[in-house]
Design a protein around this ligand. Structure first.
Ligand SMILES: N[C@@H](CCC(=O)N[C@@H](CS)C(=O)NCC(=O)O)C(=O)O
Length: 212
């Protein structure tokens, strides 16, 4: 059975939990207490050199990290990853967009806001991330005017990946009420019969006020 190295409040880890649910695939979890430094132990760095969750260990012992690479690996042969070369590349385009522009803006701002760290970040840093977040969400809204899912007519791993942080933008004090196509897309994802509604607040971890 595959092992997921997990930290419950992580939306990057939620992406993988969501895909396992869509695939109806069993897995076991090993929890990594990232705020207590477990991610930076030698043992965990052998699993993910960066020290972050999520990561997976396959039955044969090989390990893989970076949430979007894990989604790519697990989704092979499933409806959530197209086979057609161009359609698959479109999914990759949006996975890269997520990693470069959404995760690093909405994800960071949300994490700082929910763990009381905004005051310790410079106003310039926060303003820069906010500008990227707003631009990325506006692009998603614009793209989603012409199709139901970000890479085409059906839900793919690109939607799972983008949804993870983008739909929590309000927690980073980024308004989405003027983005109707974006909001309709979040509703479509939530309406999937195997949508994983269970997400976990940082407040379940008494250590989350610390720095990583
Ligand atoms: N680009 C990575 C980011 C992973 C990441 O930043 N994970 C956070 C939790 S959401 C973490 O474990 N941080 C601990 C650290 O960076 O030390 C991915 O997509 O998996």
């Amino acid at each position: 059975m595959i092992t997921l190295y997990d930290y419950l409040p992580s939306q990057n880890a939620w992406k993988v939990r969501q895909l396992f649910k869509l695939l109806d695939q069993s897995y076991q979890q090993e929890f990594v207490s990232i705020f207590e430094g477990e991610g930076h132990s030698d043992a965990y760095r052998a699993i993910n050199p960066w020290g972050a969750v999520p990561a997976i260990r396959l039955e044969d012992g090989r390990v893989l990290s970076e949430s979007n690479a894990i989604l790519w690996y697990l989704s092979e042969g499933s409806p959530y990853r197209p086979v057609d070369r161009f359609e698959a590349a479109k999914v990759m385009q949006w996975l890269s967009f997520e990693a470069d522009y959404v995760q690093t803006s909405v994800g960071s701002l949300r994490y700082w806001a929910l763990t009381d760290k905004l005051d310790t970040r410079s106003p310039e840093l926060i303003a820069g991330k906010r500008a990227i977040a707003e631009r990325a969400l506006a692009i998603l809204d614009d793209e989603l005017k012409s199709r139901p899912f970000i890479a085409g007519e059906s839900m793919t791993i690109a939607d799972i990946s983008l949804f993870a942080y983008a739909h929590r933008a309000n927690e980073a004090d980024i308004a989405t009420n003027a983005l109707p196509s974006f909001l309709a897309w979040t509703d479509r994802i939530r309406a999937h019969r195997d949508f994983l509604a269970e997400m976990h607040p940082y407040s379940i971890d008494p250590h989350s006020s610390g720095e990583l």
